[in-house]
Design a protein around this ligand. Structure first.
Ligand code: ATP
Ligand code: MG
Length: 568
């Protein structure tokens, strides 16, 4: 490809809308352009990268027994009504009507479609296992589309669905996908680690997310430097409070104190000169519309997923101010557990508190010296808080670390969650009808491209790993007007192409500085600079983008040198 013809409009300025490096560089290097919030057009360079990622995904899916299909984006509401998700999916689903007012959606995911497909054609255990996948657009009307293609409303996903006769079969499919995912991300040059994840309110099933660690990640991960345990904080269990934390020596009686305007933990701590761990937060929730009081220690963060599971409800909302006032008789900020007539559920650390400050259910008042065991009758005690740095590892007990991460993929055992309501069954060896045991496995292909840039870029631009780079090398004659430089460049360009090295020739009549800046921004792994000095010795400069090391290489040898590096 000649640079003069390449449609890669680069930008010098950092676009104001782009916070993350990946987003900035995808715009600046001319990989993509925004169409509307969360919707992007991929330009030639961006699409070449995408295709390289897709090919890696495809090769590994095929190796792992997958067969590629292409499923409809436009999906009838009836299928989603069968699974119950037409109502559950909420506002994230793009819904459309046809001319006859029939309801459809643009697929946010494809469990319903594929289960319906397989149920009509699969009869016998002899046809199993089946692993079908596609690489295709998904549509989700995200509340906050942001970070460019990391959270889009239209994005490209690889999704594979496995159908097995039993749990043991599903375990094999799951393991095959788990291993394939590790290989895919490795081949893309990504350091992605599998972490245990939450399966949502339904619970029970096994799932792992593949996280690319980066400070800009939206997810929080805990990991153990000692044993390697890693989990999304949403999922990580907290150990029971250690014996020394459970104080049972408190003797002082309850005392009501006037705490005007001190409605937050910070305010009450300043006012009474105490530490947050000496306070208990009382948060009123509505679980499927019914009020419940939740107790957590002032220095702990409530984990709503754990709470929702414990309450076994399908809708969990923080109560509005009116409900709080009705239930507690006080303004928001002064709710407390004493004297409430609604069920109280406490985190296990809160339940161990023996001398705590709580809201007094009276505006501007708190109660101190509360012993949960002595003064309250709890409906339930459970692990409800979010794990944090320094907590004991659930696997080995050592102190946990935390890190932020971006989820690039997720693998999931579904069991019969879809096959049962959709009646996708088969006949086993004994002629008995059974539900298919399913798994689903997604990779955000477009998000993966951004994650690669997050991990492979510097102040000057992108530095692609060879495996997903749009081209392997750019040839930059210092002056394209110079006959000898131009001729050498054209010949080298031809030679490289013949050797299967993907080359771009910068044939523009630009200053060298401009060409070098573009080369660094776009991120070609190698640059060949052709200048008068080295040319006099029949050599060119070979510059590696990642390390910026410069080598002088014989013109006659540069093709084979590059060929070897690209394929090693
Ligand atoms: P998230 O928690 O980030 O919203 P998710 O759990 O909803 O993701 P899945 O349904 O598991 O995502 O989809 C599989 C993969 O698709 C994710 O691992 C992610 O890489 C990608 N993905 C999901 N939502 C988006 C999005 N809005 N934009 C780009 N990629 C996405
Ligand atoms: Mg996910």
């Amino acid at each position: 490809m000649k640079m003069s013809q390449l449609y890669a409009p680069t930008l010098r300025e950092v676009p104001a809308e782009a916070e993350l490096r990946s987003h900035q560089f995808m715009l600046r290097a001319g990989l993509m352009r925004k169409s509307t919030a969360g919707v992007y057009a991929y330009l030639p360079l961006g699409y070449r990268v995408m295709q390289k990622v897709m090919n890696i995904v495809r090769e590994e899916m095929n190796k792992a027994g997958g067969q590629e299909v292409l499923l409809p984006i436009l999906q009838p509401a009836e299928l989603w009504q069968e699974s119950g998700r037409w109502a559950d999916y909420g506002d994230e689903m793009f819904r459309v009507k046809d001319r006859n007012k029939r309801d459809f959606c643009l697929g946010p995911t494809h469990e319903e479609i594929i289960t319906a497909l397989v149920r009509s054609d699969v009869r016998s255990y002899k046809q199993l296992p089946i692993r079908l996948y596609q690489i295709q657009n998904k549509y989700r009307d995200e509340i906050r589309p942001r970070f460019g293609v990391i959270r889009g409303r239209e994005f490209i996903m690889k999704d594979l669905y496995s159908f097995d006769r039993d749990e043991a079969g599903c375990d094999l499919s799951y393991q095959a996908m788990y291993d394939a995912y590790k290989e895919i991300f490795r081949r893309c040059g990504l350091d992605a680690r599998p972490v245990e994840a939450d399966s949502g309110a339904i619970g029970g099933d096994t799932t792992h997310e593949f996280m690319v660690l980066s400070d800009s990640g939206e997810a929080l991960v805990v990991h153990c430097p000692a044993c390697g345990y890693a989990a999304n904080v949403e999922k990580a269990p907290c150990a029971e409070p250690a014996a020394q934390d459970v104080l049972d020596t408190q003797t002082a009686g309850l005392e009501k104190v006037h705490t005007p305007d001190a409605g937050t933990i910070d305010e009450i701590c300043t006012f009474l000169d105490i530490e947050p761990q000496q306070c208990l937060k009382t948060v009123i929730y509505l679980a499927d519309g019914k009020p419940v009081a939740v107790l957590v220690r002032g220095d702990h963060t409530l984990n709503e997923l754990k709470l929702q599971k414990e309450l076994d409800c399908s809708e969990l909302l923080i109560a509005d101010a009116r409900t709080v006032e009705e239930v507690t008789g006080a303004a928001v900020g002064f709710a407390g557990p004493i004297g409430l007539s609604i069920p109280i559920i406490a985190d296990q650390a809160a339940a161990a508190a023996a001398d705590a400050v709580v809201g007094a259910n009276q505006t501007d008042y708190h109660t101190r010296h509360v012993s949960v065991q002595r003064d309250l009758s709890l409906w339930k005690t459970a692990d409800l808080r979010q794990c944090r740095e320094g907590d004991a590892c659930p696997a080995c007990g050592q102190a946990l670390d935390t890190a932020r991460g971006t989820e690039v993929g997720q693998v999931f055992k579904l069991g019969t969650k879809y096959s049962e309501p959709l009646k996708a069954t088969f006949l086993d060896e004994n002629g008995k009808e059974r539900s298919l045991v399913m798994g689903c496995y997604g990779i955000g292909v477009s998000r993966t491209v951004a994650a690669v840039i997050e991990q492979h870029s510097d102040a000057d631009g992108i530095s692609w790993p060879i495996s997903v780079s749009p081209y392997h090398v750019v040839i930059v004659p210092v002056s394209f007007k110079d006959d000898q430089q131009r001729q050498t460049a054209e010949e080298l360009y031809q030679t490289l192409q013949n050797l299967g090295v993907e080359a771009v020739l910068d044939d523009r009549l630009e200053r060298p500085g401009v060409k070098f800046k573009d080369a660094d921004l776009i991120g070609f792994p190698y640059r060949i600079t052709i200048g008068p000095k080295s040319l006099a010795e029949n050599k060119v400069e070979l510059i590696e983008r990642g390390t910026k090391t410069v080598e002088l290489v014989d013109i006659a040898a540069v093709g084979s040198v590059l060929q070897e590096r690209i394929h090693s």
